[in-house]
Structure formats: C-alpha cells, structure tokens
Design a binder for this molecule. Structure first.
Ligand code: HEC
Ligand code: HEC
Ligand code: HEC
Ligand code: HEC
Length: 208
C-alpha cells in the first residue's frame, strides 16, 4: 500500500468517527433507551401527575394504616399525679402498728403504680364494712385501714394445736387478709397473662 492510500483510508476513518461522535453527543446513549415511548407536549404533565399520584397514594395509605394501638390509660392517672401523699400515698410501707413485731422485711407497696400502671381499681382492694368493693372511691377520699376491720395482728395460728378456722375467721387476721388480697390477684394475673411479673414468692414482696 502506498503512502497516498494510507492517508485516504485514515482520513475516511477519521471523518466517520467524527460523525459518529457528533451524533452521540447530540443523542447520548441513555436517551435512546430511556426516552418515553410517547413523547410530545403531554409527556411532561404526565410525569408530574405521576408524582402527584404517588404522593396522594402515600397519604391515602398513611390514613388507611391502623392507628398505633393506644396504651390503655387509668382513669385515675391525672388525679394520682396531682395528689400529694396525704391525699393519696404513692408508696406505702406496710408496717402495722398493732403488730407486736414484724418478722419479715417490710413490704414497700407501690400504691400509685398499682392504680396507674397496673390498672387496678380502688374496689379491687378497698371495701366497706360488708366487704363490698368501693368502686366509686376517688383519689383524695379517705380510706379505712385494713386493720380497722381485719383486727387480729399478723397471721392465724399454725401447728397441730391451732384452732380450725373458717375462711372468714382466718381473714380476721390482718396478714391473712392482706396475703389473700395481694396474692390472689397476682396469681390470677400471672396465669391469665402467662407471666411471672406479679410476685408470689415471699422475698419478692418482703424484699430486704
Ligand atoms: C404479694 C406480696 C406478698 C407475698 C408474696 C408474701 N407476703 Fe407476707 N405480707 C404481705 C403484706 C402486705 C403483709 C402485711 C404487712 C403489714 O401490713 O404489716 C404481710 C405480712 C406477713 C407476715 C406478718 C408480718 C411479719 O413481718 O411478721 C408474715 C409472717 C408474712 N407476711 C410471711 C410471708 C411468707 C412466709 C411469705 C411466703 C410464703 C409471704 N409472706 C409472701 C405481702 C406479701
Ligand atoms: C392493689 C390494692 C390497692 C388499690 C388498687 C388501691 N389501694 Fe389504696 N391502699 C391499699 C393498701 C394496702 C393501703 C394501706 C392500708 C393500710 O395501711 O391498712 C392503702 C391505703 C390507701 C389510703 C390511705 C389510708 C390511710 O389512712 O393510711 C388511701 C387514701 C387510699 N388507699 C385510697 C385509694 C384510692 C382512692 C384508690 C383508687 C384510686 C386506691 N386506694 C387503690 C391498697 C390499694
Ligand atoms: C370497713 C371494714 C373493712 C375494711 C377497712 C377492710 N375490710 Fe376486708 N373485708 C371486710 C368484710 C366485712 C369482709 C367480708 C368477710 C370476709 O370475707 O372475710 C372482707 C373481706 C375481705 C377479703 C376476702 C374477700 C375478698 O374481697 O377477696 C379480703 C382478701 C380482704 N377483706 C382484704 C382487705 C384488705 C387488703 C383491706 C385494706 C386495703 C381490707 N380488707 C379492708 C371488711 C373490711
Ligand atoms: C387487683 C390486682 C392486684 C392486687 C390486689 C395487688 N396487686 Fe401487686 N401487682 C399487680 C400486677 C398486675 C402487678 C405486675 C404488673 C407488671 O409488672 O406487669 C403487680 C406487681 C406487684 C409488685 C412488683 C412490682 C412493684 O410495683 O413493686 C409488688 C411488690 C406488688 N405487686 C405488691 C402487692 C401487694 C403488697 C399487694 C397487696 C397489698 C398487691 N400487690 C395487690 C396486681 C395486683
């Protein structure tokens, strides 16, 4: 091949390349593939409309989504929070003066938590002289002490010489009445909720 032919071929190739590059610059490759099938004046509004549609769908989906399950709230929560300890003692050291002595560590009873967090009602623990629950008791009302009616200090006598007492006679003993009230609810609660959160063992209540 002579010098002239080489120059001609090289020049030709260069022109073809230059043409190709100029087309490529005008129509970058991605454009060929991503350009919408339908073009024209309606193409842009259609695109915006799509965004709007997605946005409104998202709003619709959000409002259709089930609301966060609301924590059940005690009807006494506000009143308990506002009350001072004279109106509603929040924690009670269950130490009964009538007892000759306490042989077990004193129970620190979370009165406010029981009402506010554990959702127990006043009538679950407080009742009248007939034993009927005081469901209408309000924060700030007076409440009689358990010992006022369950008058015998401490636990019923035990052992083989112990008298055979009826249930009601046993509950004349203060500690028996307390144990039944506290433990019965705890056992029922634990069973129903398949948990051990409510204490039933001595040392969990009589904590050092
Ligand atoms: C759910 C909580 C709870 C549990 C569990 C519990 N107690 Fe008590 N106990 C009490 C309360 C409340 C009193 C009353 C204290 C007071 O008001 O003076 C009490 C009183 C007593 C008393 C009389 C007071 C004293 O200190 O001598 C004895 C004895 C006693 N408990 C023993 C036990 C034993 C033993 C167990 C385990 C088998 C136990 N208790 C489990 C809450 C509990
Ligand atoms: C889970 C049981 C429980 C619940 C629920 C409960 N209490 Fe009590 N409350 C007690 C115990 C136990 C005492 C101590 C009583 C004692 O010392 O003899 C007490 C003491 C009190 C006292 C102080 C009594 C005194 O003179 O020392 C008041 C007032 C009172 N409760 C009001 C209420 C009100 C109002 C509610 C409902 C909003 C309520 N309680 C719910 C168990 C409960
Ligand atoms: C005004 C008197 C009175 C006061 C105050 C009182 N009780 Fe009673 N309680 C009774 C009578 C009456 C009964 C029914 C007789 C029985 O079943 O022992 C009873 C029954 C019970 C019972 C068995 C029935 C039931 O509801 O489970 C328990 C447990 C009990 N009381 C615990 C308590 C506790 C704990 C307190 C203090 C927060 C308390 N009582 C305060 C009079 C009283
Ligand atoms: C009507 C039901 C009910 C009664 C009555 C009751 N409790 Fe409870 N208690 C609960 C529940 C429910 C829990 C645990 C909730 C949880 O943690 O999920 C609990 C938890 C506790 C706890 C552990 C957590 C804490 O707050 O310290 C102690 C201690 C306790 N109770 C003591 C007592 C004593 C003492 C009594 C009796 C004077 C009593 N309870 C009466 C329902 C009750």
């Amino acid at each position: 091949m002579d010098k002239k032919s080489v120059l001609l071929i090289t020049g030709g190739v260069a022109i073809v390349l230059a043409l190709f590059v100029s087309i490529a610059v005008d129509h970058p490759f991605p454009d060929f593939y991503t350009r919408p099938a339908v073009v024209g004046p309606e193409a842009a509004p259609h695109g915006e409309g799509e965004v709007e549609m997605y946005a409104s769908e998202a709003v619709a989906a959000e409002s259709a989504a089930p609301a966060e399950p609301e924590e059940p709230k005690s009807p006494y929560a506000g009143a308990v929070a506002a009350a001072d300890d004279a109106a509603f003692p929040k924690t009670i050291a269950l130490k009964t003066e009538a007892y000759p002595e306490h042989t077990k560590p004193i129970v620190a009873f979370s009165h406010a938590k029981h009402v506010v967090d554990y959702m127990t009602g006043c009538g679950d623990c407080h009742h009248n002289e007939d034993g009927e629950p005081l469901d209408d008791l309000q924060v700030g009302d007076d409440a009689a002490k358990c010992i006022d009616c369950h008058t015998k200090p401490s636990e019923p006598p035990k052992g083989k010489d112990a008298p055979d007492l009826s249930d009601v006679e046993e509950r004349e003993y203060h500690a028996e009445a307390l144990h039944q009230n506290c433990k019965n609810c705890h056992m029922t609660y634990n069973k129903e909720n398949n948990t051990r959160a409510a204490p039933t063992s001595c040392s969990k209540c009589h904590a050092k």
